[in-house]
Design a protein around this ligand. Structure first.
Ligand code: GDP
Length: 299
């Protein structure tokens, strides 16, 4: 919890200082409620949440003096109600051998790092994990995943730069199956500047993987960088429409004041959030827990 609190420090500072600024020695009235609504929108929570919080406060506390703590508690309550239903760890189906997870997202969002972190945590939990370096466009991405493979002791399937990612994914599937792996984590390229090519590539990976297992990929994980703020919505829509998304990991919640975007994403799409990244090391992938997140976010 301490690590999560530290990670979300900038988001929570912005919110809590804003709340103190609005409500110190002032009543809850039209003016302060408007200011609160504006603060929540600025903090990337989205209009629906901002509206819900202010409507509730208006009903119960209008005209009264309220402390910043009471406002924070009310805000945390609304956030928990909203995110609790979508806070779900990534469940690996032990019968699949391997459970195939396709990891998608724009370049730089943290896909490779997140795969490394997941590999570590599932390995530590006793699962056999296989990695696939499917971002065949960037040599650096392959090298980075190789380092994680070494660090975590997981076998990895690679191909030279520019090779067909779909073929690589199927190779990786076959290798994972032969090893009796529980989990196959497939990295992908994220060149959003060329949407048509990216869509064709992701769809081809899905199509070719089905030669291995008609139900694969069993999970499609979208990695979103919190620092992009509301842009995360556009990314979520793009990838949902391209390949479908079964779960989200939001990275870089440390060092950004835009952590509220996770709340507006939850409200808008209702896609499960499996974990959050609050730093670059393996320990910095945290389970996404509604109460802990809400408390850390509101300060
Ligand atoms: P990819 O292009 O989507 O595979 O992104 P990478 O995994 O290469 O990550 C891009 C950069 O973000 C790297 O420098 C990572 O170390 C960094 N990164 C990833 N996740 C986090 C996080 O949760 N917090 C912070 N601070 N940095 C992160």
């Amino acid at each position: 919890l301490q690590r999560l609190k530290r990670g979300l420090g900038r988001s929570s500072t912005k919110l809590s200082e804003g709340i103190v600024g609005i409500f110190t020695k002032r009543r809850l009235d039209d003016e302060t409620l408007d200011e609160l609504e504006e603060l929540l929108i600025q903090a990337d929570m989205g209009i629906t949440i901002a509206d819900e919080v202010t409507t509730r406060l208006r009903k119960t506390r209008f005209g009264q003096e309220v402390t910043p703590e009471e406002i924070r508690a009310a805000l945390a309550e609304v956030i928990v109600e909203l995110i609790d239903p979508i806070a779900k760890p990534l469940k690996i189906d032990a019968k699949l051998k391997p459970h195939v997870v396709l990891v998608v997202g724009v370049n730089g969002s943290g896909k490779t790092t997140t795969i490394g972190k997941f590999a570590k945590s599932y390995r530590d939990a006793g699962l056999k994990v296989h990695l696939a370096a499917g971002d065949t466009f960037r040599a650096a991405a392959v090298e980075q995943l190789k380092i994680w493979a070494e660090r975590t002791g997981c076998p990895i399937t690679t191909r030279p730069t520019g090779a067909d990612a779909a073929g690589l994914a199927l190779d990786a599937y076959n290798a994972a199956k032969a090893e009796g792996a529980d989990l196959l984590l497939i990295d992908t390229a994220g060149r959003l500047q060329n949407r048509t090519d990216l869509m064709a590539e992701l769809q081809k990976i899905v199509r070719v993987l089905k030669k291995g297992d008609p139900a694969a990929p069993h999970s499609v994980l979208l990695v979103l960088d919190a620092t992009v703020g509301q842009n995360a919505h556009a990314q979520a829509e793009t990838f949902r429409d391209m390949v479908g998304v079964t779960g989200i990991v939001m990275t870089k919640l440390d060092g950004t004041a835009r952590g509220g975007v996770l709340v507006s994403l939850a409200e808008r799409y209702g896609i499960p959030v499996h974990a959050i990244g609050v730093g670059e090391t393996a320990e910095d992938l945290r389970p996404f827990e509604a109460t802990a997140f809400a408390r850390s976010l509101v300060g």
